[in-house]
Design a protein around this ligand. Structure first.
Ligand SMILES: O=C1O[C@H](COP(=O)(O)O)[C@@H](O)[C@H](O)[C@H]1O
Length: 261
């Protein structure tokens, strides 16, 4: 008999307000290095979900000493929170961005890097990625959340756009309300390119750890809406729907927090 999902216990987010983007990069590397060691000691692998955008550059300290030599890269598993439906060598590909800035510099086995399948429609791409995740749960490569039944990733690294979007979940688009699917698609993304796939909130919020990494003045307004004293008074921004059953940690620089009192 299938057990009813247990109720997740929410913990309050940890908010790291740091001085500069350089400090954010340092703190992020220390945080990821620590989680990697704990996850691998606990269950033999570290499943990491990457965003695109500025996040990859902010991860740069991980490919430098001391982290690059200390981390047990062979046990990392890499996934994408969202991906643009373009060839993997296209300048818009989140995989290409991650490969050029991060993956090409560390010895993660190719077989542990879960890219989208090329040459499919956005809907087919999303369905195929979701099926692959379900197979990885079935063969115990990935854990399952006892609370939700969705895959339970060890870490999601989440960037945010200036209007508060995360992954490819945008403010006025229905994908943000998806409840059943693990991965969905969008063909009219307000940010180019228009065709993308994205993890849904139920999957995102089944993670053990989520880091929201936000630097730069252009994000200050969205940070004010998300974390300011009127945060609960409005139609929530997508970033405000990030509420994992595990821990949520924000990494912010001074520019991003410049609109907070
Ligand atoms: O389009 C995207 O945008 C967001 C935010 O990117 P940023 O450049 O403002 O950091 C990113 O997290 C997402 O993965 C990407 O596809």
């Amino acid at each position: 008999k299938q057990q009813a999902p247990s109720k997740p216990i929410m913990t309050s987010p940890k908010i790291n307000k740091l001085d500069t983007e350089e400090h954010v990069a340092d703190a992020l590397a220390a945080y990821v290095g620590d989680l990697s060691a704990k996850s691998i000691a606990n269950h033999g692998s570290f499943s990491v979900v990457l965003s695109g955008g500025s996040l990859i550059d902010t991860m740069r300290k991980l490919v430098q000493p001391p982290y690059v030599d200390k981390i047990d890269w062979k046990n990392w598993l890499i996934f994408w929170l969202d991906e643009r439906v373009v060839p993997l060598n296209h300048p818009d590909s989140n995989y290409k961005l991650a490969y050029d800035g991060f993956l090409s510099k560390v010895p993660i086995p190719n077989s542990n890097i879960y890219t989208i399948k090329e040459g499919l429609s956005p809907e087919e791409t999303a369905d195929e990625y979701e099926q692959r995740l379900k197979q990885l749960v079935a063969n115990k490569t990935l854990k399952t959340s006892n609370a939700t039944g969705f895959a339970n990733f060890d870490l999601m690294l989440v960037g945010m756009g200036p209007e508060g979007h995360v992954a490819s979940l945008f403010c006025w688009h229905f994908q943000r309300f998806e409840k059943q699917k693990w991965v969905t698609f969008i063909t009219d993304s307000p940010k180019s390119p228009p065709q993308r796939i994205t993890f849904t909130f139920p999957l995102i919020n089944s993670a053990s750890e989520i880091a929201i990494v936000v630097t730069g003045e252009d994000l200050a307004d969205a940070v004010k809406v998300a974390l300011g004293k009127h945060a609960n008074d409005y139609y929530p921004l997508p970033v405000q729907k990030v509420a994992p059953e595990g821990n949520l940690t924000w990494f912010l620089d001074k520019e991003a927090t410049s609109q907070l009192n």
